[in-house]
Design a protein around this ligand. Structure first.
Ligand code: ATR
Length: 272
């Protein structure tokens, strides 16, 4: 039986085994999927041992996406641009790295939520690894513009500069958003993990804006509550992205595209 795992620190909370087992059942594939904990600084060791024991692939979660990027022999364009890998494949003695986070986010927004990105004004909050990881895929949708707002403005500037050839990108601080409205506002900061709110000025949402939090949670995150109080047209958390990025990893490994809706609905019930 082909073996896969999710590697992280912590990893006990991961929903990936559930998701991939559901995909395997639904597509008639036989595989084993486990959780792999690695101490900080031990990523290469743990991954090498897993591959040597015949492991076929790994999903990589925090804080190891950069380690996985460096560990891979070859990486996809998305992974190269993101400088991060969330999907490793072991084939013919080689290690292949990919990044499916951006594809997962875009599929959730464009296909599941039915909100097109092409020609739209997109606002990204944050300029850390989460935003870098999804930026290439967002730009590939050809939005009218992408604005990156961050507390530390130089980090947003650096991202805008790095990706300047892929689209129209504006970098700024939060205050500079005052007086502007956006069609799609994506929270890629880590604020929701600590119950905080990114300091967005009032008025950035319109009645037809999508407010999307890359973090998922039982109730609304502070960011989504704020968007709701400002009457944003649609609210979504990152559960759909979680399942879509997993589906893209599954496709890379197994060559079949699993249906995601049922698994997302099941996870939503588990969370409720
Ligand atoms: P990740 O890999 O999750 O993106 P990160 O690289 O540590 O993690 O980035 C965290 C992001 O959340 C950053 O954009 C950070 O802003 P700074 O670059 O200014 O630090 C943002 N962030 C975290 N806490 C925040 C807060 N209380 N208000 C605004 N932004 C915050």
């Amino acid at each position: 039986t082909d073996r896969y795992a999710v590697i992280g620190n912590p990893v006990s909370h991961s929903q990936s085994p559930f998701i991939h087992n559901e995909f395997a059942n639904a597509t008639g594939q036989t595989l084993q999927y486990e959780k792999l904990f690695a101490d900080l600084g031990k990523f290469d060791e743990v991954v090498s041992a897993f591959a040597a024991a015949g492991g076929k692939g790994l999903n990589v979660t925090l804080p190891f996406k950069g380690d996985a990027f460096r560990f891979a022999d070859e990486v996809s364009d998305n992974a190269r641009l993101a400088e991060a890998v969330n999907t490793l494949s072991f084939r013919d003695g080689k290690v292949y790295g990919d990044n499916t986070d951006g594809v997962g986010l875009v599929r959730d927004i464009v296909e599941n939520l039915d909100v097109p990105m092409a020609g739209q004004r997109v606002l990204l909050l944050g300029a850390g690894g989460a935003v870098r990881g999804v930026l290439p895929s967002i730009l590939a949708e050809k939005p009218a513009s992408v604005t990156i707002a961050n507390r530390t403005v130089i980090k947003a500037d650096a991202l805008a500069h790095q990706f300047r050839e892929l689209g129209t990108i504006v970098a700024c601080g939060y205050e500079a958003l005052a007086g502007q409205q956006f069609d799609i506002v994506i929270n890629g900061t880590s604020t929701s993990l600590s119950g905080e709110l990114p300091p967005v000025p009032a008025g950035i949402f319109s009645g037809r804006s999508l407010a999307y939090d890359m973090v998922y949670s039982r109730g609304l995150t502070p960011f989504l509550r704020r968007a709701q109080s400002e009457h944003a047209g649609m609210l979504a958390d990152g559960l759909g992205m979680l399942v879509e990025q997993a589906a893209e990893s599954f496709r890379i490994w197994r060559g079949v595209q699993p249906d995601t809706r049922k698994v997302t609905n099941m996870l939503r019930e588990v969370l409720a």
